[in-house]
Design a protein around this ligand. Structure first.
Ligand SMILES: [Zn+2]
Length: 294
């Protein structure tokens, strides 16, 4: 079940705010936000087969902040985050091109990213700093990419060649994206362990170093056989990452993730004729970003 709330900082002091009872009667941004959360729920339930009963949570709660006509001194809250204690996502808003004020919740990938943090908090409970925090960010990005590219039209969904690998297009500087799984370096993020950095800010660089694990995921998802066919279909790849995630723990590293994904692959693909090829592709995907077994 999805519950979406409207949060107005001028009126509401505490989260979540006023519950949206009928999304159809709300302004367009609110309607889109609610819909995006519904799509996340559908994907987690139908594709990942994630059962909410398992961890006691019953609802996907999000609060969105939408101030249509900000006062001249309006302070934008340019962020979206997962609130672990309250077990809900929060979406602020920011000015995009043309000085238009938009809620971050209108972006399907951003909504999926924040509920991706929900998913990690219900499962691996990765500590949000340093390498485990970067892994948390990466898993949120990976599930965001799956959800944002998910399409009931199977032909579109299976056409990985046409997938969008960016996170937050339009919300970055000059209308750009915020991150790109296919090319983390576009946003000055590392894509190899040689460039891993312990940053003094951003919880040790969780939004920076996640680029390395993101690139490994991109490598994996775009692995091809000798005839240029994609080795992994999107559903089983999504399950692969999910099955690995639930094996991880609070202080897991990128290496632990590689091990868990390889392990999950052995089970998931055990009856596939090209099982060995798939397992080799997983290993190569991580080798190419310098993530090895410790
Ligand atoms: Zn995040």
């Amino acid at each position: 079940m999805v519950r979406t709330y409207y949060f107005n900082p001028a009126i509401d002091n505490v989260l979540p705010g006023r519950e949206i009872v009928n999304a159809l009667q709300e302004q367009e941004q609110t309607f889109n936000a609610h819909n995006n959360a519904l799509n996340v729920e559908t994907f987690f339930r139908d594709v990942l087969e994630h059962s909410l009963e398992d961890e006691g949570a019953e609802v996907y709660i999000s609060s969105i902040m939408c101030v249509e006509d900000p006062q001249p001194n309006y302070q934008e809250d340019n962020c979206a985050y997962w609130h672990d204690h309250l077990q809900q996502a929060f979406f602020g808003q920011c000015f995009i091109q043309n000085d238009e004020l938009r809620s971050l919740a209108i972006a399907q990938d951003i909504v999926a990213h924040e509920f991706g943090h929900g998913l990690t908090s219900w499962t691996a409970k990765l500590v949000y700093k340093d390498e485990s925090g970067a892994l948390d960010e990466s898993f949120a990005d990976i599930f965001a990419i799956f959800v944002a590219n998910y399409n009931p039209n199977i032909d579109i969904w299976k056409n990985i060649r046409e997938w969008n690998w960016e996170i937050g297009r339009g919300f970055g500087q000059n209308g750009q994206a915020i991150r790109d799984l296919s090319s983390p370096s576009t946003y000055n993020h590392p894509e190899h362990m040689n460039n891993y950095e312990d940053l003094a800010h951003d919880h040790g660089g969780v939004h920076f170093n996640c680029g390395i694990h993101n690139k490994a995921a991109y490598n994996l998802l775009t692995s091809q056989d000798n005839e240029n066919n994609y080795l992994f279909d999107p559903e089983s790849a999504a399950l692969l990452f999910y099955q690995a995630l639930i094996q991880l723990g609070e202080t897991s590293t990128f290496s632990d993730s590689r091990r868990a994904i390889q392990q999950a692959g052995k089970t998931l693909f055990r009856n596939n004729y090209n099982k060995d090829e798939k397992l080799q592709a997983i290993a190569t995907a991580f080798d190419n970003v310098g993530i090895f077994f410790e």
